[in-house]
Ligand binder design. Sequence first.
Ligand code: FAD
Length: 457
Amino acid sequence: MADPRVVVVGAGPAGVRAAQTLAEADLRPVVVDEAPISGGQIYRRQPALFRRSYETLYGFEAARAKALHDSFDRLADQVDYRPETLAWNVFDGALHTMRDGVAGKLPFDALILATGATDRLLPVKGWTLPGCYSLGAAQIALKAQACAIGRRVVFVGTGPLLYLVSYQYAKAGVAVAAVLDTSPAGGQVRALPHLARRPALLAKGLYYRAQLSIRGVPVHSGVTPVEIEGGDGVASVRFRIGDGPQRQIACDAVGMGFHLRSETQLADLAHCAFAFDEALGQWAPQTDRDGRSSVAGVYLAGDGARILGADAAEVSGQLAALAALQDLGRPVAAAQIDGLRRRQQTMEAFRRGLATAFPWPAQLARGVADDVLVCRCEAITAGDLRGAATRKGAPELNRAKALVRVGMGRCQGRFCGAAAAEILAHTRGEALPSVGRLRGQAPVKPLPLAAVREPAS
Ligand SMILES: Cc1cc2nc3c(=O)[nH]c(=O)nc-3n(C[C@H](O)[C@H](O)[C@H](O)COP(=O)(O)OP(=O)(O)OC[C@H]3O[C@@H](n4cnc5c(N)ncnc54)[C@H](O)[C@@H]3O)c2cc1C
Protein backbone atom coordinates (compact mmCIF):
# COMPACT_ATOMS: atom_id res chain seq x y z
CA MET A 1 0.00 0.00 0.00
CA ALA A 2 1.28 3.50 -0.86
CA ASP A 3 2.36 5.72 2.00
CA PRO A 4 -0.22 8.31 3.04
CA ARG A 5 0.36 11.77 1.57
CA VAL A 6 0.88 14.41 4.24
CA VAL A 7 0.99 18.00 3.06
CA VAL A 8 2.48 20.75 5.22
CA VAL A 9 1.76 24.40 4.38
CA GLY A 10 4.52 26.67 5.70
CA ALA A 11 8.27 26.19 6.06
CA GLY A 12 8.72 28.32 9.17
CA PRO A 13 9.63 26.87 12.59
CA ALA A 14 6.34 24.95 12.89
CA GLY A 15 6.32 23.55 9.35
CA VAL A 16 10.00 22.57 9.41
CA ARG A 17 9.67 20.64 12.68
CA ALA A 18 6.47 18.99 11.44
CA ALA A 19 8.22 17.91 8.23
CA GLN A 20 11.20 16.63 10.19
CA THR A 21 8.96 14.57 12.50
CA LEU A 22 7.16 13.05 9.50
CA ALA A 23 10.45 12.28 7.74
CA GLU A 24 11.74 10.58 10.89
CA ALA A 25 8.66 8.34 10.65
CA ASP A 26 9.73 7.39 7.09
CA LEU A 27 7.09 9.47 5.31
CA ARG A 28 7.94 11.93 2.54
CA PRO A 29 5.78 14.98 3.24
CA VAL A 30 5.08 17.66 0.67
CA VAL A 31 6.05 21.08 2.06
CA VAL A 32 4.46 24.07 0.31
CA ASP A 33 5.57 27.65 1.00
CA GLU A 34 4.97 30.81 -0.96
CA ALA A 35 8.35 32.22 0.15
CA PRO A 36 11.41 31.56 -2.03
CA ILE A 37 13.49 30.14 0.87
CA SER A 38 12.52 28.21 3.99
CA GLY A 39 12.77 29.79 7.47
CA GLY A 40 9.43 31.57 7.95
CA GLN A 41 9.22 34.99 9.57
CA ILE A 42 11.60 35.03 12.49
CA TYR A 43 14.25 32.90 10.77
CA ARG A 44 13.73 34.51 7.35
CA ARG A 45 16.84 33.92 5.28
CA GLN A 46 18.62 36.65 3.35
CA PRO A 47 18.90 36.53 -0.47
CA ALA A 48 21.74 34.37 -1.85
CA LEU A 49 24.28 37.14 -2.47
CA PHE A 50 23.86 38.85 0.92
CA ARG A 51 26.64 38.12 3.40
CA ARG A 52 25.50 39.09 6.91
CA SER A 53 26.41 36.64 9.69
CA TYR A 54 23.81 34.68 11.66
CA GLU A 55 24.72 36.82 14.69
CA THR A 56 24.07 40.05 12.78
CA LEU A 57 20.81 38.81 11.34
CA TYR A 58 19.26 36.97 14.25
CA GLY A 59 20.99 38.29 17.41
CA PHE A 60 20.13 36.11 20.42
CA GLU A 61 18.32 33.69 18.09
CA ALA A 62 21.35 32.99 15.86
CA ALA A 63 21.89 29.42 17.13
CA ARG A 64 18.20 28.53 16.86
CA ALA A 65 17.98 30.00 13.36
CA LYS A 66 21.02 28.02 12.22
CA ALA A 67 19.68 24.83 13.81
CA LEU A 68 16.34 25.23 12.02
CA HIS A 69 17.92 26.04 8.65
CA ASP A 70 20.37 23.12 8.94
CA SER A 71 17.58 20.73 9.92
CA PHE A 72 15.54 21.63 6.86
CA ASP A 73 18.52 21.58 4.51
CA ARG A 74 19.39 18.08 5.75
CA LEU A 75 15.85 16.95 4.86
CA ALA A 76 16.33 17.82 1.17
CA ASP A 77 16.05 14.19 0.01
CA GLN A 78 13.28 13.26 2.44
CA VAL A 79 10.84 16.06 1.72
CA ASP A 80 9.06 17.15 -1.45
CA TYR A 81 9.70 20.85 -0.90
CA ARG A 82 7.81 23.31 -3.11
CA PRO A 83 8.95 26.91 -2.53
CA GLU A 84 7.32 29.94 -4.19
CA THR A 85 4.07 28.00 -4.18
CA LEU A 86 0.93 29.68 -2.88
CA ALA A 87 -1.71 27.48 -1.24
CA TRP A 88 -4.92 29.30 -2.17
CA ASN A 89 -7.74 26.91 -1.35
CA VAL A 90 -8.62 23.72 0.50
CA PHE A 91 -11.48 21.89 -1.13
CA ASP A 92 -12.73 18.35 -1.26
CA GLY A 93 -9.69 16.75 0.38
CA ALA A 94 -7.15 18.62 -1.74
CA LEU A 95 -4.92 21.65 -1.36
CA HIS A 96 -5.01 23.97 -4.36
CA THR A 97 -1.73 25.66 -5.22
CA MET A 98 -0.24 28.09 -7.68
CA ARG A 99 3.40 28.30 -8.76
CA ASP A 100 4.76 30.40 -11.62
CA GLY A 101 1.22 30.99 -12.83
CA VAL A 102 0.52 27.23 -12.97
CA ALA A 103 -2.25 25.83 -10.81
CA GLY A 104 -1.83 22.52 -8.96
CA LYS A 105 -3.99 20.26 -6.84
CA LEU A 106 -2.58 18.16 -4.02
CA PRO A 107 -4.98 15.57 -2.60
CA PHE A 108 -3.94 14.76 0.97
CA ASP A 109 -4.50 12.15 3.64
CA ALA A 110 -3.42 14.67 6.27
CA LEU A 111 -2.92 18.42 6.03
CA ILE A 112 -0.81 20.40 8.51
CA LEU A 113 -1.40 24.13 8.30
CA ALA A 114 1.61 26.04 9.68
CA THR A 115 0.83 29.32 8.01
CA GLY A 116 2.13 31.75 10.64
CA ALA A 117 0.83 35.22 11.35
CA THR A 118 0.76 38.79 10.11
CA ASP A 119 0.59 42.15 11.86
CA ARG A 120 -2.56 43.08 13.70
CA LEU A 121 -3.32 46.63 12.64
CA LEU A 122 -5.76 49.34 13.47
CA PRO A 123 -6.40 52.53 11.55
CA VAL A 124 -4.96 55.82 12.75
CA LYS A 125 -5.65 59.04 10.86
CA GLY A 126 -2.93 59.22 8.19
CA TRP A 127 -1.95 55.54 8.32
CA THR A 128 -2.27 55.22 4.54
CA LEU A 129 0.41 57.86 3.84
CA PRO A 130 3.49 56.71 1.93
CA GLY A 131 6.15 55.94 4.55
CA CYS A 132 3.79 54.24 6.99
CA TYR A 133 4.56 50.51 7.27
CA SER A 134 3.50 47.67 9.48
CA LEU A 135 6.08 46.58 12.06
CA GLY A 136 6.46 43.27 10.25
CA ALA A 137 7.14 45.01 6.94
CA ALA A 138 9.69 47.28 8.64
CA GLN A 139 11.45 44.24 10.02
CA ILE A 140 11.33 42.32 6.74
CA ALA A 141 12.92 45.30 4.92
CA LEU A 142 15.77 45.26 7.43
CA LYS A 143 16.19 41.49 7.74
CA ALA A 144 15.75 40.43 4.14
CA GLN A 145 17.04 43.45 2.23
CA ALA A 146 19.21 45.36 4.75
CA CYS A 147 17.03 48.44 4.09
CA ALA A 148 15.38 50.80 6.57
CA ILE A 149 11.91 52.25 6.00
CA GLY A 150 13.23 55.76 6.69
CA ARG A 151 16.05 57.82 8.15
CA ARG A 152 14.14 58.99 11.21
CA VAL A 153 11.47 56.52 12.25
CA VAL A 154 8.71 56.52 14.88
CA PHE A 155 7.42 53.12 15.99
CA VAL A 156 3.81 53.01 17.21
CA GLY A 157 1.74 50.18 18.62
CA THR A 158 2.14 47.60 21.32
CA GLY A 159 3.53 44.13 21.98
CA PRO A 160 6.97 42.58 22.07
CA LEU A 161 7.59 43.11 18.34
CA LEU A 162 7.32 46.89 18.89
CA TYR A 163 10.37 46.85 21.15
CA LEU A 164 12.28 44.24 19.16
CA VAL A 165 11.95 46.04 15.82
CA SER A 166 12.70 49.44 17.42
CA TYR A 167 15.86 47.96 18.94
CA GLN A 168 16.87 46.31 15.66
CA TYR A 169 16.49 49.63 13.84
CA ALA A 170 18.43 51.55 16.50
CA LYS A 171 21.18 48.92 16.43
CA ALA A 172 21.34 49.14 12.63
CA GLY A 173 22.09 52.86 12.97
CA VAL A 174 18.68 54.28 12.08
CA ALA A 175 17.52 57.29 14.12
CA VAL A 176 14.54 56.01 16.12
CA ALA A 177 12.72 59.23 16.97
CA ALA A 178 10.37 57.59 19.51
CA VAL A 179 8.67 54.38 20.55
CA LEU A 180 4.99 55.03 21.29
CA ASP A 181 3.35 52.17 23.18
CA THR A 182 -0.43 52.29 23.57
CA SER A 183 -0.29 49.98 26.61
CA PRO A 184 -0.15 51.51 30.09
CA ALA A 185 3.07 50.73 31.98
CA GLY A 186 1.13 49.19 34.90
CA GLY A 187 0.02 46.18 32.85
CA GLN A 188 3.58 45.01 32.47
CA VAL A 189 4.04 44.91 36.23
CA ARG A 190 0.77 42.96 36.67
CA ALA A 191 1.86 40.47 34.01
CA LEU A 192 5.21 39.69 35.66
CA PRO A 193 4.16 36.44 37.39
CA HIS A 194 3.11 35.00 33.99
CA LEU A 195 6.05 36.46 32.09
CA ALA A 196 8.48 35.08 34.67
CA ARG A 197 7.46 31.55 33.58
CA ARG A 198 9.94 32.07 30.72
CA PRO A 199 12.78 34.01 32.35
CA ALA A 200 15.09 33.94 29.32
CA LEU A 201 12.43 35.49 27.09
CA LEU A 202 11.55 38.07 29.74
CA ALA A 203 15.23 38.95 30.05
CA LYS A 204 15.48 39.50 26.29
CA GLY A 205 12.49 41.85 26.36
CA LEU A 206 14.04 43.83 29.23
CA TYR A 207 17.34 43.93 27.34
CA TYR A 208 15.72 45.46 24.22
CA ARG A 209 13.95 48.02 26.40
CA ALA A 210 17.16 48.90 28.24
CA GLN A 211 19.11 49.18 24.98
CA LEU A 212 16.60 51.72 23.68
CA SER A 213 17.12 53.83 26.81
CA ILE A 214 20.91 53.52 26.60
CA ARG A 215 20.74 54.73 22.98
CA GLY A 216 18.65 57.72 24.06
CA VAL A 217 15.45 56.62 22.30
CA PRO A 218 12.37 58.18 23.97
CA VAL A 219 9.94 55.39 24.93
CA HIS A 220 6.42 56.38 26.03
CA SER A 221 3.66 54.14 27.46
CA GLY A 222 -0.07 54.86 27.66
CA VAL A 223 0.01 56.64 24.31
CA THR A 224 -2.95 57.58 22.14
CA PRO A 225 -1.81 58.11 18.55
CA VAL A 226 -3.79 61.07 17.17
CA GLU A 227 -2.55 61.45 13.60
CA ILE A 228 0.26 60.52 11.26
CA GLU A 229 0.80 63.79 9.39
CA GLY A 230 2.32 64.56 6.02
CA GLY A 231 1.63 65.18 2.36
CA ASP A 232 3.58 63.18 -0.20
CA GLY A 233 4.98 61.16 2.68
CA VAL A 234 5.09 60.95 6.46
CA ALA A 235 6.35 64.13 8.16
CA SER A 236 5.36 63.75 11.83
CA VAL A 237 3.25 61.91 14.38
CA ARG A 238 0.87 63.64 16.77
CA PHE A 239 0.02 61.80 19.98
CA ARG A 240 -1.00 62.15 23.62
CA ILE A 241 0.38 60.43 26.69
CA GLY A 242 -2.48 59.59 29.06
CA ASP A 243 -4.70 62.68 29.41
CA GLY A 244 -1.82 65.01 28.63
CA PRO A 245 -1.63 67.63 25.88
CA GLN A 246 -0.98 66.69 22.27
CA ARG A 247 2.66 66.39 21.25
CA GLN A 248 4.23 66.21 17.83
CA ILE A 249 7.37 64.43 16.75
CA ALA A 250 9.04 64.79 13.34
CA CYS A 251 9.91 61.67 11.33
CA ASP A 252 9.98 60.43 7.74
CA ALA A 253 8.56 56.96 8.37
CA VAL A 254 6.31 55.13 10.81
CA GLY A 255 6.32 51.44 11.75
CA MET A 256 3.02 50.39 13.30
CA GLY A 257 1.65 47.17 14.78
CA PHE A 258 -0.48 45.93 17.65
CA HIS A 259 0.60 42.31 18.14
CA LEU A 260 -0.01 39.67 15.49
CA ARG A 261 -3.01 37.83 14.09
CA SER A 262 -3.01 34.21 12.97
CA GLU A 263 -3.23 33.45 9.25
CA THR A 264 -6.34 31.29 9.40
CA GLN A 265 -7.97 31.51 5.98
CA LEU A 266 -6.93 28.03 4.87
CA ALA A 267 -8.24 26.56 8.14
CA ASP A 268 -11.49 28.40 7.46
CA LEU A 269 -11.70 27.08 3.90
CA ALA A 270 -11.09 23.58 5.28
CA HIS A 271 -14.23 24.19 7.44
CA CYS A 272 -12.39 24.09 10.78
CA ALA A 273 -14.49 25.35 13.69
CA PHE A 274 -13.45 28.65 15.27
CA ALA A 275 -13.95 30.01 18.80
CA PHE A 276 -13.61 33.50 20.23
CA ASP A 277 -10.61 34.01 22.54
CA GLU A 278 -11.74 36.62 25.10
CA ALA A 279 -8.23 37.33 26.38
CA LEU A 280 -6.98 38.27 22.92
CA GLY A 281 -10.23 39.56 21.46
CA GLN A 282 -9.68 37.36 18.40
CA TRP A 283 -11.27 34.36 16.73
CA ALA A 284 -9.03 31.31 16.54
CA PRO A 285 -9.41 27.84 15.03
CA GLN A 286 -10.34 25.29 17.68
CA THR A 287 -7.80 22.54 18.23
CA ASP A 288 -7.05 19.92 20.82
CA ARG A 289 -3.77 20.35 22.66
CA ASP A 290 -1.85 18.54 19.88
CA GLY A 291 -3.22 20.63 17.01
CA ARG A 292 -6.09 18.44 15.73
CA SER A 293 -8.75 20.71 14.27
CA SER A 294 -12.47 19.94 14.24
CA VAL A 295 -12.02 18.45 10.73
CA ALA A 296 -10.58 14.95 10.51
CA GLY A 297 -7.15 14.96 8.87
CA VAL A 298 -6.56 18.72 9.24
CA TYR A 299 -4.03 19.91 11.86
CA LEU A 300 -2.86 23.36 12.91
CA ALA A 301 0.54 24.36 14.21
CA GLY A 302 2.54 27.44 15.11
CA ASP A 303 1.38 31.03 14.97
CA GLY A 304 -1.35 30.00 12.52
CA ALA A 305 -3.11 28.26 15.40
CA ARG A 306 -2.11 30.44 18.36
CA ILE A 307 0.45 33.22 18.64
CA LEU A 308 2.93 31.71 21.05
CA GLY A 309 6.27 32.56 19.43
CA ALA A 310 8.93 30.67 17.57
CA ASP A 311 9.95 28.12 20.23
CA ALA A 312 6.33 27.18 20.73
CA ALA A 313 5.87 26.95 16.96
CA GLU A 314 8.63 24.32 16.80
CA VAL A 315 6.96 22.35 19.61
CA SER A 316 3.49 22.58 18.08
CA GLY A 317 4.83 21.54 14.67
CA GLN A 318 6.15 18.34 16.20
CA LEU A 319 2.92 17.76 18.12
CA ALA A 320 0.77 18.24 15.02
CA ALA A 321 2.92 15.81 13.03
CA LEU A 322 2.76 13.25 15.83
CA ALA A 323 -1.03 13.66 15.99
CA ALA A 324 -1.26 13.10 12.22
CA LEU A 325 0.98 10.03 12.46
CA GLN A 326 -1.10 8.65 15.31
CA ASP A 327 -4.33 9.19 13.36
CA LEU A 328 -2.78 7.51 10.31
CA GLY A 329 -2.13 4.45 12.47
CA ARG A 330 1.63 4.94 12.79
CA PRO A 331 3.38 4.22 16.11
CA VAL A 332 4.29 7.29 18.17
CA ALA A 333 6.05 7.56 21.53
CA ALA A 334 3.65 8.68 24.26
CA ALA A 335 6.56 10.02 26.34
CA GLN A 336 7.61 12.31 23.49
CA ILE A 337 4.10 13.72 23.23
CA ASP A 338 3.89 14.25 27.01
CA GLY A 339 7.21 16.11 27.06
CA LEU A 340 6.15 18.40 24.21
CA ARG A 341 2.77 19.10 25.83
CA ARG A 342 4.47 20.13 29.09
CA ARG A 343 6.71 22.57 27.23
CA GLN A 344 3.71 24.04 25.48
CA GLN A 345 1.87 24.69 28.76
CA THR A 346 4.64 27.01 29.97
CA MET A 347 4.46 28.91 26.70
CA GLU A 348 0.69 29.27 27.03
CA ALA A 349 1.11 30.93 30.45
CA PHE A 350 3.59 33.36 28.93
CA ARG A 351 1.12 34.24 26.18
CA ARG A 352 -1.50 35.16 28.78
CA GLY A 353 1.11 37.41 30.40
CA LEU A 354 1.78 39.20 27.12
CA ALA A 355 -1.94 39.84 26.63
CA THR A 356 -2.02 41.52 30.08
CA ALA A 357 1.18 43.47 29.55
CA PHE A 358 0.32 44.68 26.06
CA PRO A 359 -3.47 44.67 25.61
CA TRP A 360 -5.05 45.17 22.18
CA PRO A 361 -6.25 48.82 22.29
CA ALA A 362 -9.85 48.14 21.28
CA GLN A 363 -10.90 51.62 22.41
CA LEU A 364 -8.68 53.21 19.73
CA ALA A 365 -10.33 51.18 16.98
CA ARG A 366 -13.80 52.04 18.28
CA GLY A 367 -12.97 55.75 18.45
CA VAL A 368 -11.60 56.08 14.89
CA ALA A 369 -13.04 59.23 13.26
CA ASP A 370 -15.62 58.81 10.49
CA ASP A 371 -13.32 60.13 7.74
CA VAL A 372 -10.46 57.68 8.42
CA LEU A 373 -9.96 54.79 5.97
CA VAL A 374 -10.43 51.43 7.68
CA CYS A 375 -10.33 49.15 4.62
CA ARG A 376 -7.44 50.31 2.45
CA CYS A 377 -8.12 47.93 -0.44
CA GLU A 378 -11.67 49.18 -1.04
CA ALA A 379 -11.31 52.71 0.44
CA ILE A 380 -14.01 52.18 3.07
CA THR A 381 -14.03 54.69 5.94
CA ALA A 382 -15.09 54.21 9.54
CA GLY A 383 -18.13 56.39 8.67
CA ASP A 384 -19.11 54.00 5.83
CA LEU A 385 -18.90 51.12 8.25
CA ARG A 386 -20.97 52.89 10.90
CA GLY A 387 -23.51 53.65 8.18
CA ALA A 388 -23.66 49.94 7.36
CA ALA A 389 -24.63 49.31 10.98
CA THR A 390 -27.08 52.20 11.46
CA ARG A 391 -28.69 53.05 8.09
CA LYS A 392 -28.34 49.64 6.49
CA GLY A 393 -28.79 47.50 9.59
CA ALA A 394 -25.85 45.12 9.08
CA PRO A 395 -26.04 42.74 12.03
CA GLU A 396 -22.62 41.20 11.50
CA LEU A 397 -19.39 41.59 9.61
CA ASN A 398 -20.15 39.51 6.52
CA ARG A 399 -23.37 41.46 5.94
CA ALA A 400 -21.41 44.72 6.31
CA LYS A 401 -18.98 43.35 3.71
CA ALA A 402 -21.83 42.70 1.30
CA LEU A 403 -23.30 46.16 1.91
CA VAL A 404 -20.22 48.40 1.91
CA ARG A 405 -17.40 46.14 0.64
CA VAL A 406 -15.29 46.24 3.82
CA GLY A 407 -12.79 43.36 3.64
CA MET A 408 -13.81 42.62 0.04
CA GLY A 409 -10.48 43.58 -1.52
CA ARG A 410 -7.02 42.25 -2.07
CA CYS A 411 -6.17 41.54 1.58
CA GLN A 412 -9.54 39.83 2.21
CA GLY A 413 -9.91 41.66 5.52
CA ARG A 414 -6.63 40.40 6.94
CA PHE A 415 -5.55 43.92 7.85
CA CYS A 416 -8.85 45.73 8.39
CA GLY A 417 -11.00 42.91 9.82
CA ALA A 418 -10.02 43.34 13.48
CA ALA A 419 -10.73 47.08 13.56
CA ALA A 420 -13.85 46.73 11.40
CA ALA A 421 -15.31 44.24 13.88
CA GLU A 422 -14.62 46.61 16.80
CA ILE A 423 -16.28 49.54 15.01
CA LEU A 424 -19.33 47.52 13.96
CA ALA A 425 -19.85 45.98 17.40
CA HIS A 426 -19.43 49.34 19.14
CA THR A 427 -21.83 51.11 16.76
CA ARG A 428 -24.42 48.40 17.34
CA GLY A 429 -23.81 48.50 21.11
CA GLU A 430 -23.02 44.80 21.15
CA ALA A 431 -20.20 42.60 22.37
CA LEU A 432 -17.42 41.92 19.87
CA PRO A 433 -18.14 38.18 19.29
CA SER A 434 -21.71 38.95 18.25
CA VAL A 435 -20.60 40.57 14.97
CA GLY A 436 -18.63 37.46 14.04
CA ARG A 437 -15.63 37.42 11.77
CA LEU A 438 -15.05 37.75 8.05
CA ARG A 439 -15.40 34.30 6.50
CA GLY A 440 -12.41 33.08 4.48
CA GLN A 441 -12.92 33.06 0.72
CA ALA A 442 -10.85 31.40 -1.97
CA PRO A 443 -8.49 32.48 -3.33
CA VAL A 444 -6.79 33.61 -0.13
CA LYS A 445 -4.56 35.86 -2.24
CA PRO A 446 -5.04 37.23 -5.78
CA LEU A 447 -4.43 34.75 -8.62
CA PRO A 448 -4.04 34.99 -12.38
CA LEU A 449 -7.11 33.90 -14.33
CA ALA A 450 -5.25 30.76 -15.49
CA ALA A 451 -5.75 29.39 -11.99
CA VAL A 452 -9.47 28.95 -12.47
CA ARG A 453 -8.95 26.49 -15.32
CA GLU A 454 -9.00 22.80 -14.36
CA PRO A 455 -5.76 22.38 -12.32
CA ALA A 456 -3.18 19.68 -12.96
CA SER A 457 -2.63 17.10 -10.20
C1 FAD B 1 6.32 39.90 10.24
C2 FAD B 1 6.68 39.11 11.47
C3 FAD B 1 7.92 39.29 12.08
C4 FAD B 1 8.27 38.56 13.21
N1 FAD B 1 9.49 38.76 13.79
C5 FAD B 1 9.81 38.08 14.91
C6 FAD B 1 11.07 38.26 15.54
O1 FAD B 1 11.91 38.99 15.05
N2 FAD B 1 11.32 37.58 16.68
C7 FAD B 1 10.42 36.73 17.22
O2 FAD B 1 10.68 36.12 18.27
N3 FAD B 1 9.22 36.51 16.62
C8 FAD B 1 8.91 37.18 15.50
N4 FAD B 1 7.69 36.98 14.93
C9 FAD B 1 6.86 35.91 15.42
C10 FAD B 1 7.55 34.62 14.93
O3 FAD B 1 7.95 34.84 13.63
C11 FAD B 1 6.70 33.48 14.98
O4 FAD B 1 6.35 33.21 16.31
C12 FAD B 1 7.27 32.23 14.33
O5 FAD B 1 7.96 32.50 13.16
C13 FAD B 1 6.10 31.34 14.06
O6 FAD B 1 6.51 30.27 13.28
P1 FAD B 1 5.46 29.59 12.30
O7 FAD B 1 6.19 28.45 11.67
O8 FAD B 1 4.20 29.35 12.99
O9 FAD B 1 5.14 30.70 11.21
P2 FAD B 1 6.06 31.53 10.21
O10 FAD B 1 7.46 31.57 10.65
O11 FAD B 1 5.35 32.81 10.00
O12 FAD B 1 5.99 30.66 8.87
C14 FAD B 1 4.80 30.53 8.14
C15 FAD B 1 5.15 30.19 6.71
O13 FAD B 1 3.96 29.86 6.02
C16 FAD B 1 4.01 30.39 4.72
N5 FAD B 1 2.63 30.58 4.26
C17 FAD B 1 1.62 31.23 4.90
N6 FAD B 1 0.48 31.16 4.18
C18 FAD B 1 0.79 30.47 3.06
C19 FAD B 1 0.02 30.08 1.91
N7 FAD B 1 -1.30 30.40 1.79
N8 FAD B 1 0.65 29.40 0.93
C20 FAD B 1 1.96 29.07 1.03
N9 FAD B 1 2.73 29.42 2.09
C21 FAD B 1 2.15 30.10 3.10
C22 FAD B 1 4.77 31.69 4.88
O14 FAD B 1 5.40 32.06 3.65
C23 FAD B 1 5.79 31.35 5.97
O15 FAD B 1 7.04 30.95 5.44
C24 FAD B 1 7.35 37.65 13.76
C25 FAD B 1 6.12 37.45 13.13
C26 FAD B 1 5.78 38.18 12.00
C27 FAD B 1 4.45 37.95 11.35
